[in-house]
Design a protein around this ligand. Sequence first.
Ligand code: NAP
Length: 296
Amino acid sequence: MALINKLVICGVGLIGGSFALALKNKGEVRHVVGIGRTQAALARAVKLGVIDEAGADLPSALAGADFVLLSVPVGQTDAVLESLALHLQAGTVVTDVGSTKSDVFAAVYRRLDAHLASVVPSHPIAGTERSGVEAANAALFEGKRTVVTPLPENDPAAVEKVKAAWRACGASVVDMAPQDHDRVFAAVSHLPHLLAYGLVHDLAGRANAELLFSHAASGFRDFTRIAASSPEMWRDICMANRQAIVSELDQYLGELALIRSLLLADNGDRLELLFQEAREARTRWGEKTLFDIRDI
Ligand code: NAP
């Protein structure tokens, strides 16, 4: 028997589409209905076989649904949950994939207070710089990790259903508190995206930008790949987690100030030591990760 009978995906893009495809591939979902912002994107999702049906309206989409996945930019969470709340049936399990969790928690308590037993936020640590349903990929979550941030009010059976769905997608699951989640991902995900966007933006604005880009090679490509990510999605993540991100930026500015001072002081020995320490930390991390770091 499939884990999910009727799955509703709110936001059928890279992540929502990949979740649907992964579960379909494993035979763990019987019917997938998509809800979206534009009908054109939903029509493409049907054509690609990512969803079985574009929901005509929320009441009919949610009728009889046993699982809802919210996969919209986090700035949309509050409004989407507000409209879901009007039609959500008791007992339907709801999760999300938002890259920030404190804001999602606040929206869940604000909009779905009658459904707290069955709303279990989560965040798959998998993705690419591509967006939209065309980028959806059944293998996206294979060998990756999903952070689940259960509410104290959750029914254990709902938590287990959300975790089972992620495991069926090929991910391993870890629990985290939302504030811890947001601090950790400010450091290892949100800050790197800001740095990549910032570097490309700075170079692109210079009078000799064309010359600079014409000489940029693989180091630049690797460092800036994520600057091709969705601006809307990253605006929302940065706004939702701005306090933690500002702390990380301050910390990083301190590191840059140290590197700058070593250059000004002509201190190559100390600079080499810093690089050596960084290389060792990067190597240890690469050895410990569950997945091939070339795929991240
Ligand atoms: P995406 O490919 O741009 O997909 C987002 C989808 O949400 C689009 O289909 C969009 O529809 C739809 N949407 C936007 N506002 C909506 C609304 N008000 N109601 C219904 N649908 C709406 O983005 P994504 O990469 O899948 O990201 C989705 C979520 O996953 C975000 O919260 C992000 O933080 C999280 N996440 C992303 C990654 C990653 O690497 N991309 C990784 C982990 C988590 P239209 O196309 O019609 O506008």
